[in-house]
Design a protein. Structure first.
Length: 306
């Protein structure tokens, strides 16, 4: 059963489940996904001060994007020390299951993104030959990957803007990042097998009917995938290929279309229309409506009734 906008039944991913770098009192967290209830990934943007410490392994996978610099970073894995001068756009990745020591020698603005291990295994199962449980990623220090950087920046933007902070977008970005990690940082085993699922007309019809029935509720990627019998990863890949847009933007378009229809045909208060269309409150609808139409919901209603 889906829940109404503003509530979440998913197991959220919060700062307590990260390695502990973000817990350090000297760091200044500017924004994070804690309040958003995301389950597939955790994202924070912060100003880090110099530190050196060891961290115990967790299951999930860490990507750090450097927003400024260059700064000298030292990392020790299994007794082997690596140093790198990392500039803006440089990445630090640490696969789950690894103990590591890290030394940040200068202050740094950064984005930390953790993706759930089960998301990565799901993507691997849909994309690679072999047992996804045996896939092992390779740590990275200092490499620049424009695709991974773009995904991480999009996630950072989403935690700043409530308009884009939906779990549906988070689920999509988490799988995009997992796919990129697998493609670029997989060990010697693994071979690509899947280009994504194709939605037939009946599946597209069922999908639209489901969304329109549940517009007042939060809709997750797993909810949409279940309608057509796909895994979330295969659904996301096939949906984008078939429609040219992401599931997040498709659902948003249907929400705005319903809002327009209710503004034209009903006398409901705009706050009630916002909730009926799946927006968290009236201001949320107003912002998204303005981006789409260039006017506020109230101005749109006046224009169609004049």
């Amino acid at each position: 059963m889906l829940q109404r906008a503003g509530s979440s039944g998913a197991r959220s991913f919060d700062i307590r489940q990260t390695h502990g770098i973000l817990w350090r009192p000297e760091h200044q967290i500017e924004q994070s996904s804690d309040r958003l209830g995301w389950a597939s990934m955790y994202v924070s943007r912060q100003f880090e001060h110099p530190y050196a410490d060891s961290y115990q392994p967790i299951r999930d996978h860490l990507v750090i994007l450097h927003l400024d610099g260059p700064v000298q970073v030292e990392r020790r894995l299994e007794g082997s020390l690596t140093r790198a001068l990392v500039g803006p756009g440089g990445m630090f990745t640490m696969p789950g299951g690894m103990t590591f020591w890290v030394h940040l020698t200068q202050s740094l603005h950064s984005v930390h993104l953790y993706v759930r291990d089960e998301v990565l295994r799901e993507v691997a199962a849909d994309s690679w030959v072999g047992d996804p449980a045996r896939i092992e990623l390779v740590p990275c220090l200092g490499a620049v990957d424009p695709v991974m950087g773009s995904i991480t920046r999009a996630a950072s933007h989403a935690i700043t803007n409530e308009d884009e902070g939906s779990p549906l977008l988070a689920d999509y970005l988490a799988r995009a990042l997992a796919s990129r990690l697998i493609a670029t940082q997989l060990g010697p085993s693994g071979e690509s097998i899947s280009s994504g699922a194709v939605l037939d007309p009946a599946q597209r019809r069922r999908l639209r009917e489901f969304i329109e029935t549940h517009l007042a509720y939060p809709i997750g990627l797993a909810d949409l995938a279940a309608v057509v019998g796909f895994t979330p990863t295969r659904f996301a890949r096939g949906f984008k290929r078939d429609t040219g847009t992401t599931p997040y933007h498709y659902v948003l378009t249907l929400r705005l279309q319903r809002a327009k229809r209710l503004l034209r045909t009903s006398n409901l208060p705009i706050a009630e229309i916002a909730v009926a269309c799946g927006f968290s409150h009236q201001e949320h609808l107003t912002r998204m409506f303005g981006r789409e139409t260039g006017v506020t919901p109230a101005a749109y209603r006046r224009s169609v009734h004049s």
